[in-house]
Design a protein around this ligand. Structure first.
Ligand code: TGC
Ligand code: FAD
Length: 390
């Protein structure tokens, strides 16, 4: 991994500013130095490497586009994307922690929170002093979050919260949870629930074969008294959590490129060095086809992500455009991981190389933040005007 070369077949660097390249290179260096050497071990042990939290904060991965007055890095959307790409070159699970913290915790507080909430939480989230998680999915409501049953009622002094969330990244060790729940009228609102509130527990989900270096858990609310000042008043309805997903899905569209680049780069180097039948395996047409298709798909994905970043900087990207990029790029990456693993033969299944870990991780990435199917239906809805979700 330390010899990693980033493919740039279409000279996309020419489209980046000096700041973009500086941010990207700093993230790449950090991943090379701090993530790559320890990540395989963390994944094998199924442990989130908490020692990475300070470094993630330092490279600006916690709130890249949140303004500096709240502790964020104040960067644009392309820089945000490039940071996600570099982190996911290391591991999708580490990128998940950054995605959740930035786009699913800091973003809603920044967009929908009160000034007091922003002051209280954002600087600490940006510095990594506090870690957050995002509770939307429930055991019986994944693709259809609008059906959620977690609810709260007004008890005068506070809200009384009941229900459960499942598959929540960072839940087992998060200090705060941004929780989506229905009020007595059935309207969805976001509440900030803090660890330590009575009746709030976060059991860890074990036995994952994917995203093993990321901690996943449940959020269980048993008559939790949530102070009224913890409700985010800026937006309600399903559009509020879905607006956060737009931002996270955009980051994933870039992140997946990082995982794909690492698989491609590893497979290319291996194919040039490994000899069978007296020749490097890279000399066989079947292997060249795999490698040539990989670089073609990576290049297309890079263009999609870059253009989407420009549209987001201009405030013009639509949710459906984001869905297309998330779906395409994650699918691209998982296909590359599967092909790259074959190029390595038996070595491809070991932890000596990163490919199998990326491949397993991407099985979560293709499912979370809207499944591959759901994003296709979002595109279908956008082009026909006919929702086919139900
Ligand atoms: P629908 O009627 O289409 O929409 C309800 C309201 O929401 C608005 N809306 C959006 N607003 C902002 N951004 C978007 N992307 C939006 N999409 C829809 C919409 O305009 C409407 O507003 P209003 O004012 O008219 O009420 O809702 P639906 O119930 O038919 O659902 C549509 C569907 C299926 C596309 C949506 O539910 C969906 O995206 N489902 C997938 C669920 C999902 O992505 N869950 C992710 C959970 S978080 C996660 O996975 C984190 S992993 C993190 C990590 O580790 O990186
Ligand atoms: P389901 O919705 O039950 O879907 C099962 C299958 O049915 C899928 O193939 C799906 O595409 C298909 N399907 C569903 N509806 C339709 C339809 N209308 N038409 C056609 N096919 C359909 N959630 C959070 O809120 N916060 C988190 O931090 C978080 N982190 C996660 C981390 C991991 C490791 C994982 C695996 C998940 C995480 N999730 C999180 C949950 C994730 O968003 C959901 O798993 C995802 O939205 C899918 O929901 P589900 O698993 O219930 O699958």
């Amino acid at each position: 991994a330390d010899q990693f070369q980033a493919p740039d077949y279409y000279n996309l660097d020419d489209l980046l500013s000096d700041e973009h390249k500086m941010v990207r290179d700093a993230s790449r260096e950090w991943v090379k130095r701090e993530v790559s050497p320890i990540i395989e071990d963390a994944a094998q042990k199924a442990e989130f490497p908490k020692q990475l939290i300070n470094g993630l904060a330092e490279i600006g991965a916690f709130g890249p586009y949140i303004p500096e007055e709240y502790g964020g890095a104040g960067l644009d959307q392309i820089s945000y994307g490039l940071i996600m790409q570099e982190i996911e070159r290391g591991d999708s699970g580490v990128r998940s922690t950054a995605s959740v913290q930035s786009s699913l915790v800091m973003y809603p507080i920044f967009k929908y929170g009160t000034e007091e909430q922003k002051q209280k939480y954002l600087p600490k989230l940006a510095s990594g002093e506090m870690i957050g998680c995002f509770g939307l999915t429930e055991p019986d409501h994944g693709s259809n979050p609008g059906g959620m049953t977690t609810h709260f009622k007004n008890e005068g002094e506070h809200y009384l919260l009941n229900g459960a969330k499942m598959w929540i990244s960072n839940a087992p060790f998060a200090d705060i949870a941004v929780v989506w729940a229905k009020n007595e009228e059935g309207r969805i609102h976001g509440l900030i629930v803090e660890r330590g509130m009575e009746g709030f527990t976060t059991p860890e989900t074990h036995n994952k074969w994917s995203l093993r270096a990321s901690a996943t858990g449940e959020l269980v609310f048993n008559n939790v008294k949530v102070p009224k000042e913890n409700l985010m008043p800026g937006k309600s309805g399903l559009g509020a959590p879905l607006g956060c997903l737009d931002s996270a899905r955009y980051g994933i569209a870039w992140g997946a490129i990082g995982a794909a680049m690492d698989c491609y780069d590893t497979a290319l180097r291996y194919a040039k060095e490994r000899e069978q039948f007296g020749k490097p395996i890279a000399s066989f047409q079947l292997q060249q086809k795999k490698l040539a298709e990989m670089i073609t798909e990576i290049t297309k994905a890079q263009l999609l992500a870059w253009r989407l970043g420009v549209l987001r900087n201009e405030g013009r990207a639509t949710s459906a455009q984001i869905s297309m990029a998330k779906r395409n790029n994650v699918n691209m990456a998982i296909n590359i991981a599967r092909e790259a693993r074959q190029i390595l033969g038996g070595m491809g299944i070991t932890g000596e190389y990163s490919i199998m870990r990326h491949m397993m991780n991407l099985e979560s990435v293709i499912t979370y933040e809207g499944t591959h199917d759901i994003h296709l239906l979002i595109t279908g809805n956008d082009i026909t005007g006919i929702p086919a979700f139900q």
